[in-house]
Design a protein around this ligand. Sequence first.
Ligand SMILES: [Zn+2]
Ligand SMILES: [Zn+2]
Length: 157
Amino acid sequence: MKENKESVKEYYYKNKEIILKKNKEYREKNKEVLKERDKEYREKNKEILKEKRRIRSGAQPKRIGRDPEKHKKVVKKRLYNWRKKNPEKIKVHAILRRALKKEEIFKSNKCEICGKNENIEAHHPDYSFPLQVLWVCRQCHVKIHRGKFNELIMVSC
Ligand SMILES: [Zn+2]
Ligand SMILES: [Zn+2]
């Protein structure tokens, strides 16, 4: 393989002038066809070429294959399915929201597990008590639902 490559290189260098001339001749002769082919290529790869230009000008590469519209639809559908499956949870969440708005209860600004004060969410150990919630950060909330604190906290949502 390497030998082959080398010989191609050698051949190219030896006949550079001739090859270049031939290439030029070929291009001249097939100008229209090549132009047409180029146009077709550009048309077919419009999005990719556009993205390449964008990256060249310093932009972050997009994740190819993720259609934002499609993604939005998937998220919406997932939410819809969850709502359909969990009507009682929706009711409880509404009660909680109302109580917060009326200032019957107050949201803690600290995670009751780790003490962090970012992304605080309500966790319901028992849905029969809508206003008895545990205020936890998102990370701890995920951990609760993964069963990390099973001895400490009942899992409901
Ligand atoms: Zn936490
Ligand atoms: Zn929860």
